[in-house]
Each structure stands twice: as structure tokens, then as C-alpha cells.
Write a protein that binds this ligand. Structure first.
Ligand code: IDP
Ligand code: MG
Length: 140
């Protein structure tokens, strides 16, 4: 096991339904520590930049639109194998396929409005963290 950091985003469907605390409780119950956190209203350019790897996907425009419909909460999570650990508690992208007890199973509204983002590799985590946070904002 290695201590890792990962980038989490609580998406606009979470802030709209006032579920920030409920999701944070699930994150902390899983042993992950929230070592940086801020609430932002992403611009279209910020959303497009963040999801640039998906630029060719059919859902890219809708996704960027959705991500700017309200505030998000961006977070840095730290813990043992944090990248995989967070992906585990997030559940599958499509909540119809998410396992019981996962965040998306419990809270996601749809495959698009699926409540949370989590980095999918340690390398992407480092890039995604740097996209939103400066080193001085991360307090482990
Ligand atoms: P992930 O968030 O589970 O890593 P990705 O494939 O990286 O899933 O997709 C990024 C985000 O794009 C998803 O979380 C979801 O919000 C949205 N998305 C993915 N696939 C679809 C789709 O088929 N239709 C609509 N939105 C999608
Ligand atoms: Mg992804």
C-alpha cells in the first residue's frame, strides 16, 4: 500500500441537492482524508479544459454544459491507494451498474449527473490536482 492523493469533484447535482456533507461523510468513512477543498462555479473553458481527454466523445458538450449548471466542490483526497480506493467507493460511471453502498448508487441521478469525479490514475491525479490547486492550498 502506498499513500496517494487523488482529485475529487462533487458535481453540480450534489450542490443543487445540498448533499456535500453526506458525500464527504462517505469519503471520510472510507478512510480518505479531505486535505484540500473549495467550492467553485466552473466556467465553460475550465470544464472543457478539465475534460479535454473526452473532447472527441459524443457526450463531451453535454458534460461540459452540465458541469457549469451550478457550483462544484473540488477536493484533494489522501489515503492508502487513494486513487483506487476512491474509484471503489464512487461506483461505476452509470449508476444503473453501480454496486450497493457506493456514492453513485446512492446519490447519482443519471450517467451524466453522477455526483462525483475521481481521478483514474496516479499520473492523472497529479495533473488534475494541479489544475485546481496550488501547493499552498493542500494541507496534509
Ligand atoms: P468516470 O467519471 O467514471 O471516470 P468517464 O468515462 O471518465 O467516467 O466519463 C467522464 C464523465 O462523463 C462521467 O463521470 C459522466 O459524468 C460523463 N459520461 C460518461 N459517459 C457518458 C455517457 O455515455 N453519457 C453521458 N455522460 C457520460
Ligand atoms: Mg474518468
Amino acid at each position: 500500500m502506498t499513500v496517494q492523493k487523488t482529485l475529487s469533484i462533487l458535481k453540480p447535482d450534489v450542490t443543487r441537492r445540498n448533499l456535500t456533507g453526506k458525500i464527504n461523510a462517505k469519503i471520510e468513512s472510507a478512510g480518505l482524508r479531505i486535505i484540500a477543498q473549495k467550492r467553485l462555479w466552473l466556467t465553460r473553458a475550465q470544464a472543457e479544459g478539465f475534460y479535454a481527454v473526452h473532447a472527441e466523445r459524443s457526450f463531451f458538450n453535454d458534460l461540459c454544459e452540465f458541469m457549469t449548471t451550478g457550483p462544484v466542490v473540488v477536493q484533494v483526497l489522501e489515503g492508502n491507494d487513494a486513487v483506487a480506493a476512491y474509484r471503489d467507493i464512487m461506483g461505476a460511471t452509470n449508476p444503473a451498474n453501480s454496486a450497493e453502498g457506493t456514492i453513485r448508487k446512492e446519490f447519482a441521478e443519471s450517467i451524466e449527473a453522477n455526483s462525483v469525479h475521481g481521478s483514474d490514475s496516479e499520473e492523472n491525479a497529479a495533473n488534475e490536482i494541479a489544475y485546481f490547486f496550488s501547493q499552498t492550498e493542500i494541507v496534509g
